[in-house]
Design a protein around this ligand. Structure first.
Ligand code: GLY
Length: 369
């Protein structure tokens, strides 16, 4: 039940291994990258308590010694202070250019540690061992690394591709249902943006996959990273098509800013709601059929995922204020907001040709319902 997907970037090719039991085999899989049998692993307290010992044993199986740094969990960790903590710790560990750093955790750890690896000694190699569904299907693949600042999310960072990704399906079993379903926001995004058959598959098999079916989980991670690998290979630094991966994200980032990046809204939940809003905008513009947004919302509800603005606890700003919050998004180009819209399930495209009034109208309707 194991799969390998390759990211074929010339000179920086790497494999993504997907399947159960990969932590047990981590040593054997990482060993070919090492010049000496030692790795530095950075994780967070939650993942560390659950899985660090399994990783240590898996590495020791191939004679690899592990030193670890354990950070606090949560989005707040992805800041300048922890970047400095990671870099200083790695330097204190005498990490050299030929060494390998391991990012062991969800998207926060992957982005932070990837960025630390990117700037340490002008770039050391790193291995991603993503432990959340969101990180397995999205953030661990493609080389986006970075931190948040007081000006917004992910505004400081670099493209630094990992040398290997190990997506162990077993670790998904320790996620809370809420975290798992949040990751499904990034999964459904792939079907919506470019693979109607995958969306259909999710309509049929999504509930079984969410309930824990391992083969279905392997399929979901594999198909997602296949699509991501293909897009990243075409457009590594987001000059064009890579922006498709931001379907739902312009709305999501405004909602995350409005909710203060707190537990009120997880990133993947915002992506799911953002996709539903992007489909609503597309339908209002006559780009896709009216059935498409309804079909998407029915799927999200059937999965038990957040679907509507009313699924976010507490008050939200009004529609105008939400549109203003989109202005800080990285997808603003020459002052113009860029949206990913759709001509139907599986056919998304990037455009700046959307009127502010229409976005405000859609948000007003969504806030009322
Ligand atoms: N998460 C969007 C990207 O990697 O481009």
């Amino acid at each position: 039940m194991r799969d390998i997907v390759s990211v074929n970037l010339p000179g920086r090719e790497y494999d993504i291994h997907i399947g159960p039991g990969l932590l047990d085999d981590a040593g054997m899989l990482i060993a070919p990258l090492l010049s000496q049998p030692r790795v530095r692993v950075i994780t967070d307290e939650t993942v560390g308590a659950l899985h660090l010992e399994t990783l240590r044993v898996g590495l020791a199986g191939a004679g690899i010694v592990m030193e670890s740094l354990v950070l606090k969990p949560g989005e707040g960790t992805k800041n300048w202070e922890n970047l400095s903590t990671c870099v200083e710790w790695l330097l204190g560990q005498k990490v050299e250019r030929r060494d390998v750093v391991v990012a062991f955790g969800g998207g926060v750890i992957g982005d932070l540690v990837g960025f630390a690896a990117a700037i340490l000694r002008r770039g050391v190699r790193f291995v991603q061992i993503p432990t959340s569904l969101l990180a397995q299907v999205d953030s661990s693949v493609g080389g986006k690394t970075g931190i948040n600042t007081r000006h917004g999310k992910n505004l400081v960072g670099s493209f630094h591709q990992p040398s290997l990704v190990l997506a162990d399906i077993d670790v998904l079993g320790t996620l809370t249902q809420r975290d798992f379903l949040a990751g499904c926001g990034e999964v459904v995004k792939y079907g919506l943006l470019g693979d109607a058959k995958f969306f259909e598959w999710l309509e049929t098999n999504g509930p079984k996959m969410a309930a824990g079916d391992v083969a279905a989980r392997v399929h979901v991670v594999r198909r997602s990273v296949e699509m991501k690998a293909e897009i990243v290979t075409r457009d590594e630094t987001e000059q064009g098509d890579r922006a498709l991966l931001n379907l739902g994200h312009t709305f999501c980032h405004a909602l995350e800013a409005a909710t203060g990046y707190t537990g009120r809204l997880l990133h993947g939940e915002g992506v799911a709601i953002g996709c539903a809003l992007a489909f609503e905008v597309s339908s209002k513009m006559g780009l896709c059929s009216q059935e498409d947004p309804s079909r998407l919302r029915a799927f999200l509800k059937n999965m038990g995922m957040k679907t509507d603005l009313s699924d976010i606890e507490g008050d939200l700003p009004n529609a105008e204020a939400l549109v203003d919050l989109m202005g800080q998004d990285k997808k603003v180009l020459d002052g113009q907001l860029r949206f990913i819209l759709t001509r139907g399930i599986g056919t998304s495209f990037v455009t700046s040709d959307v009127s502010r009034d229409l976005i405000v109208d859609v948000l007003q309707d969504a806030l009322r319902s």
